[in-house]
Design a protein around this ligand. Structure first.
Ligand code: SF4
Length: 180
């Protein structure tokens, strides 16, 4: 990517927000990067709709619901490049632990056995429908970059973003690995 300012989106799907917290852990380096990055959609800003013509979309978290599927498809349609940030986005990781038990058992546990309020009722309004299986991003869409870690360390996020800005390939194994 060139050193002209690039439009960036970020989102978390089925993740814990830890990878977005790591982004903030870049601290003063965010000021440096902001010369080249225009964050136009993100939990960090107040955009309501996913804009068209995003240069780079950074996605944390796996895909767990029909709503996640709809959103990730729109992100793919509107973005030149997609970066899967963190192990949940890349492998499913903790978000995919539900797959071991299955959706029905997980719902029963949450809404029948362990619920304090509205015990015994499945939500059927507003809450998106869970998919039968939690999947990583690349099972739903094509992904351009994978940056592992749980959470992905701030140094890795900085190195990758700097590399993309400078047009230099970065060896992420120097900064992060799965499960770090
Ligand atoms: S990879 Fe780890 S830190 Fe990132 S969203 Fe998943 S659980 Fe949270």
């Amino acid at each position: 990517m060139s050193k002209t300012k690039i439009n960036v989106g970020t989102i978390w799907l089925d993740g814990c927000s830890g990878c977005h917290m790591s982004f903030l852990d870049m601290d003063e380096r965010i000021v440096e990067l902001s010369q080249y990055l225009n964050i136009i959609y993100s939990p960090y800003v107040d955009a309501k709709e996913i804009p068209a013509n995003i240069d780079l979309f950074i996605v944390e978290g796996a895909i767990s619901t029909d709503h996640d599927l709809e959103i990730i498809q729109k992100i793919r349609d509107n973005s030149k490049k997609i970066l899967a940030l963190g192990d949940c986005a890349i492998t499913g990781n903790i978000s995919a632990m539900k797959n071991l038990a299955g959706t029905e058992i997980s719902l029963e546990k949450g809404y029948f056995e362990l619920a304090d309020l509205n015990k015994g009722k499945y939500p059927n309004k507003v809450v998106p429908k869970l998919l039968d299986k939690v999947i990583p991003l690349n099972e739903a869409i094509s992904v351009d970059y994978f940056v592992p870690g749980c959470p992905t360390p701030a140094d890795a996020i900085y190195a990758v973003l700097k590399g993309l800005i400078d047009g230099v390939e970065v060896d992420t194994s120097k900064y992060t690995r799965f499960g770090l």
